[in-house]
Write a protein that binds this ligand. Structure first.
Ligand SMILES: [Zn+2]
Length: 276
């Protein structure tokens, strides 16, 4: 199917749904220079991200995380929304999108002007104290990290999707881990790590959105994370139409009424030019 036809079909699907819930993933942000964890078959294409339990239990794992994050955060912070984000915000303005639930932690939907967005897996621009709950800005933690850890000798690293960087065996002996300014406790980025769970209030909010929607559109995700797959499964149980726009397979392929295999920046960009 031509990209033109894909954009048309997608738009017709959206037009036919009164309250459309959109679920997005990494494929939406690759066009902004933030790489994807999984390949077209939904398998890991790079080493899986840090696990929640490792972060909690091991000081070494935390230092390793913060070192990589110190390297990766500047590019992550500077990422700009692309056509996929901009067109989705435009579709919301036209009343064609009710809400977006995103697995991305980059806040690019919000930067593009999307009004109703739920960050299913949290947000990387905030840091949470695991002991007192204090929220601080990741940018302030970055200033602290750069003041206390000189990493200028590390030149070669690869940017990863969750805002950290991939480097082999970093020297952690003198690395300083940031702590809470209020209580000295352990800090964690305000995101749901692999193996962690979505906060109850967010989980409830997303399920309520599924219950009040008349259709679901999945964009740029293989739905390998159970937290997002279960929303699509719930929509299927309610009998509302479900479509996807993704480059490869999704875990919900059996549940889809319409499957468009394509690049979301290209297809949404074209849709925006034709219909918005
Ligand atoms: Zn604290």
């Amino acid at each position: 199917m031509s990209c033109d036809r894909q954009a048309e079909e997608l738009f017709f699907f959206m037009e036919g749904v009164k309250r459309l819930l959109v679920i997005t993933g990494a494929g939406c942000s690759t066009g902004s220079g933030i790489s994807d964890y999984r390949d077209a078959k939904g398998s890991w294409k790079i080493a899986p991200p840090i696990e929640h339990q490792d972060f909690l239990r091991s000081e070494k794992a935390r230092k390793r995380y913060w070192l990589r994050s110190q390297l990766g955060f500047p590019s992550f912070r500077n990422a700009k929304p692309n056509q996929a984000h901009v067109v989705l915000a435009g579709l919301e303005e036209k009343g064609l999108v009710e809400a977006v639930v995103t697995q991305n932690v980059d806040r690019l939907h919000q930067k593009a002007g999307q009004q109703k967005v739920i960050d299913l897996h949290g947000r990387l621009d905030q840091v949470r104290c695991l002991d007192c709950g204090q929220i601080s800005l990741r940018a302030e933690i970055q200033d602290w990290l750069e003041l206390n850890n000189d990493l200028t000798q590390i030149q070669s690293f690869e940017l990863r999707p969750d805002g950290d960087a991939s480097i082999d065996d970093p020297d952690l002996s003198s690395f300083q881990e940031p702590n809470c300014v209020k209580c000295g406790g352990t800090l964690q980025p305000d995101v749901v790590f692999f193996g962690g769970s979505v906060p109850q209030v967010i989980s409830q909010e997303t399920q309520d959105l599924v219950d009040s929607s008349d259709g679901v559109l999945v964009i740029g995700t293989s739905l390998m994370a159970f937290s997002s797959f279960r929303l699509v499964r719930k929509a299927h149980q309610r009998g509302v139409p479900i479509a996807s726009l993704n480059l490869g397979v999704t875990r919900a392929d059996d549940l889809l009424d319409k499957k468009i295999v394509g690049d979301c920046v290209q297809v949404l960009g074209l849709l925006g030019r034709k219909f918005l």
